[in-house]
Design a protein around this ligand. Sequence first.
Ligand SMILES: C[S@@+](CC[C@H](N)C(=O)[O-])C[C@H]1O[C@@H](n2cnc3c(N)ncnc32)[C@H](O)[C@@H]1O
Length: 265
Amino acid sequence: MHSPFIIIKKYIRYWFTSSNRKGHGVHSPFVFDFIIHVLNDKKEKACYEKIESHRNKLLKNKAYIEVEDFGAGSSLTKSNRRRVDKIAASSLKSKKFAQLLHRIVQYYKPDQIIELGTSFGITTAYMAEGNKSATVHTFEGSSAIAQLAQTHFEKLSLVNIYSHQGDFDVLLPSFLEASSTIDLAFIDGNHREKPTLDYFRKLLSKSTDETILIFDDIHWSAEMERAWAEIKAHPAVTLSIDLFFIGIVFVKKDFKVKQHFSIQF
Ligand SMILES: C[S@@+](CC[C@H](N)C(=O)[O-])C[C@H]1O[C@@H](n2cnc3c(N)ncnc32)[C@H](O)[C@@H]1O
């Protein structure tokens, strides 16, 4: 993982070298549309308040749970007692990015959605609310965390979420084998180079022209930056968007020329 100092330096560089949020200088109609209708959509949506009120409850929950530590890697290394509020404060996607994922789902209407890394299910809920007719398959290694997420989905009456508990490396191949296509995937766990590239290739094998792949923490470490560089350079990737904390990839064949954008968000 990069030190906070390096992350801040990288963030400043990203901010000053990116396109601004008005879309000035963005010569791609698709990306311009994305900026105007998805990135910049500031309207309060019906689900925002109820999901954020659940996050607030997690942030006040002082209970201890036994968590299998997957670390950045995929192998089960140790088990430890951790407080729910501490996990909620450190591992959930922020409101800003979780709500962006909601709007991406709402706007592009993917049917088959995958999330690698449920944690307490905040982003899962946002995506499930984005398209009630979509199916969201979310994967989490820690059983205590997955159980808490499940109670949250039940409280929110989100019946379009299917939780899978276990190691991604074990569950993903058989899950994909049984799936026809994946329309959107959010890869938010096991932030190392090799596993990230492995998930990318596996998900790509089930992609369609409309598939969107979203990678979390692309600048978190040198390994993740290498993985992101390789993903962007892959011949199947026709458009990539860097929002610093997440990277979004499109594989549309219509985009004849490969393009990459870094956009302030
Ligand atoms: C950053 S959190 C996910 C946050 C969530 N997507 C959100 O936005 O609220 C990553 C989660 O992935 C899980 N995880 C990491 N590596 C894993 C693996 N190889 N298999 C299964 N789960 C894993 C961790 O237990 C952790 O709960």
